[in-house]
Write a protein that binds this ligand. Structure first.
Ligand SMILES: [Zn+2]
Length: 298
């Protein structure tokens, strides 16, 4: 029943039938990790089954890339030793509203779950960029990635050359900017430096297909930036946006149109509040560097 997008000896990526939402399970000699478990009850069961097979007496870590309801639906299906998220996610003032969205989703589709729906509680809260965490030979780095939401993060598993990107770098979705377009751009731009420091080849986005080389994620990074810059140019100059080119690149127009409208509304507000200026020259400036993290061992 469950759709496995990718599998190798240490990684299994499940893809939901809904929104092509990806759940990544990492299983090494040291630990089993589940990142963004979801969406449908049967799909969560298949993830539980794999965790059961792989866990033995190893610890289980649960990680959430951000607080959007589709990424947190599987929280209570697992009994992790540790739950990782950003501090911003743990303190998200919209917790109740997000949980209400999750419950409304289940009601809308008459879904019955074999576990309760709850907003995730974390006990490893990432509050700064580039935090590293090691258990045995398994090492990961976590980067704060505000922009899509205020509480987004990305995770890199070193030995596996794996980046789990959360809701960035999708081939199906242009940037969904619910937090800040300036933060979104900064997060995208710092990826080159993150890559230099961490090395990854394989990238799992929150939705859609994986990429397996440098060219793969970088072309999505460029397309995401191009989308944001096109909106900025149109908003600041008044020249109408070439929407056809957006829909030819991202064809799920029925679903995506409202997000595009929200992006426009948010970026118009940002423009009126002087949060950015359209300056094509500035696009040639060097990237921002992320801070160097410190290692935390368990
Ligand atoms: Zn999502």
């Amino acid at each position: 029943m469950s759709n496995i997008l990718f599998r190798d000896p240490n990684i299994t990526v499940f893809q939901s039938a809904l929104y092509q939402m990806n759940t990544t399970v990492v299983h090494t000699d040291d630990v089993v990790m589940v990142i963004d478990p979801g969406i449908l009850p049967q799909e969560v069961k298949a993830i539980q089954q794999l965790v059961y097979e792989k866990r033995g007496d190893k610890p289980l870590y649960l990680l959430f890339t951000h607080s959007d309801y589709d990424h947190i639906l599987g929280f209570r299906a697992f009994s992790p030793n540790r739950t990782f998220m950003t501090e911003a996610m743990a303190n998200n003032p919209q917790k109740e509203a997000i949980l209400a969205e999750a419950k409304a989703f289940d009601e809308r589709y008459y879904l019955r779950r074999h576990y309760p729906l709850e907003y995730p509680q974390g006990n490893f809260l990432v509050y700064k960029d580039g935090v590293q965490f090691r258990i045995g030979q398994t090492k990961m780095s976590i980067y704060l990635m505000p922009g899509h939401t205020a509480d987004s993060m990305m995770v890199i598993i070193w030995q596996l050359g794996l980046l789990v990107a959360g809701d960035y770098l999708s081939d199906l979705e242009f940037p969904f900017i619910t937090h800040s377009s300036t933060d979104y751009v900064e997060s995208l731009l710092k990826m080159n430096d993150i890559h230099d420091r961490n090395w990854f080849t394989r990238m799992v986005p929150g939705h859609g297909s994986m990429t397996f080389d440098l060219e793969g994620w970088m072309s999505r990074q460029q397309e995401s930036l191009a989308y944001i810059y096109a909106l900025r140019e149109s908003i600041s100059t008044g020249i109408p946006l070439d929407e056809e080119s957006i829909w030819s690149r991202y064809p799920m127009q029925q679903s995506l149109k409202p997000y595009h409208e929200q992006n426009l509304a948010l970026m118009r507000r940002e423009f009126e509040a002087d949060m950015w200026v359209w300056d094509p020259e500035a696009l040639l400036q060097p990237e921002r560097k992320p801070e160097t993290g410190e290692e935390m061992e368990m």
